[in-house]
Design a protein around this ligand. Structure first.
Ligand SMILES: *[C@@H]1O[C@H](CO)[C@@H](O)[C@H](O)[C@H]1NC(C)=O
Length: 330
């Protein structure tokens, strides 16, 4: 090796050494420098917060869904119970009507269904239906006195129906609920059609709340007339001079008001069309009524009637010796 080559190699090492030392020094200096990282940490803490919010929202949603999936779960204490009183009697369409109504009521939170049969005993049809319904319920029965019962062929308006049954429900409420129970009582026949919105309109009734009813009394709707938020009269074609010219489906009564007026009840002897008035007169004046459903401008319940099915062909089959199969549950 020549002297010249040795020198060159030495220079290359020297250079390499210097560059390395400079690089190391620079890196060490950078370590001690304050850096502008507040932006970074702010962004990441925002991220953590929004993730916390999402988690607590999802936890709430999960709790709600779990509560909804379990009908045994007690209702939230803040929501007053809606006691829905349904008088019912044995007929061809009974199971269909009760099935339809029960499945409407399943959508209503904090509801207690009081079903009262016009019968000397609780029938297995209604007992089984209630057991399977998934609703909170009370099953009662009482037979309408014979003198007051509709006879075959009587028009259905001849005598008031469901009177003793509704009164028995009132009696049950008075015996089983007390001053600390918040709630509202609604008389819901098994053949009407109910919007779910109706139940939220009535839930916070103070005394008696009212709203329109569709397809009733020979008109498209009947309704309380409202001025400046107060009931001043009624739009109705049929017997407008009744004290409270309203259908049973057009009002709800607060439970505390019913408990505070133990004598208030429906009267079996009430004149045609005056059954509602016989209860309401003992509870409120017209000025005290609370108009709901946007000042009584929305129809949320319809007085629908189910046609009586004609069973003409049953007899023809019977005559041919083809009686209906008793193993089929209708
Ligand atoms: C009902 O009418 C009153 C008085 O006119 C008004 O203040 C109120 O907002 C109305 N309520 C609804 C729900 O429309």
């Amino acid at each position: 090796m020549t002297m010249k080559m040795k020198l060159k190699l030495k220079n290359v090492f020297m250079l390499y050494f210097l560059v390395s030392v400079c690089g190391l020094m620079y890196a060490l200096m950078q370590l001690g420098q304050p850096c502008d990282c507040t932006l970074h940490s702010r962004q990441s803490s925002d991220l953590v917060h929004s993730r916390d919010r999402t988690i607590s929202r999802l936890q709430g949603e999960l709790k709600r869904l779990q509560a909804r999936g379990n009908p045994e779960e007690p209702p939230k204490p803040a929501l007053p119970t809606i006691y829905t009183v349904t008088p019912t009697y044995t007929r061809l369409v009974q199971k269909a009507e009760l099935t339809r109504l029960s499945q409407t009521l399943l959508h209503v939170p904090s509801l207690h269904w009081v079903v009262v049969e016009d019968s000397p005993v609780k029938t297995s049809l209604v007992s089984e239906l209630l057991k399977r319904s998934g609703l909170r319920y009370t099953h009662l029965c009482t037979q309408t006195p014979k003198d007051f019962k509709l006879q075959e062929g009587d028009p259905n308006w001849l005598k008031p129906r469901g009177v003793e049954q509704r009164n028995l429900a009132l009696q049950w409420l008075r015996e089983n609920r007390g001053p600390s129970d918040e709630g509202v009582v609604y008389f819901a026949d098994d053949d009407n059609t109910y919007s779910l919105r109706l139940f939220e309109e009535m839930r916070f009734t103070k005394r008696v709340s009212v709203w329109p009813v569709g397809l009733v009394g020979g008109v498209r709707f009947e309704r309380p007339l409202v001025e400046r938020g107060q009931v001043t009269g009624f739009y109705t074609a049929w017997k407008p001079n009744r004290p409270f010219p309203m259908d049973m489906a057009g009002f709800a009564v607060s439970l505390p008001l019913l408990l505070a007026n133990p004598a208030a009840r429906f009267h079996l002897s009430a004149q045609r069309g005056n059954l509602e008035s016989s209860l309401l007169q003992a509870l409120v004046s017209i000025e005290e009524l609370e108009p709901r459903a946007s000042n009584c401008t929305k129809v949320l319940v319809w007085h629908t009637r189910t046609e009586k099915p004609k069973m003409k062909q049953e007899d023809a089959l019977l005559l041919k010796g083809l009686g209906s199969d008793p193993s089929v549950e209708v």
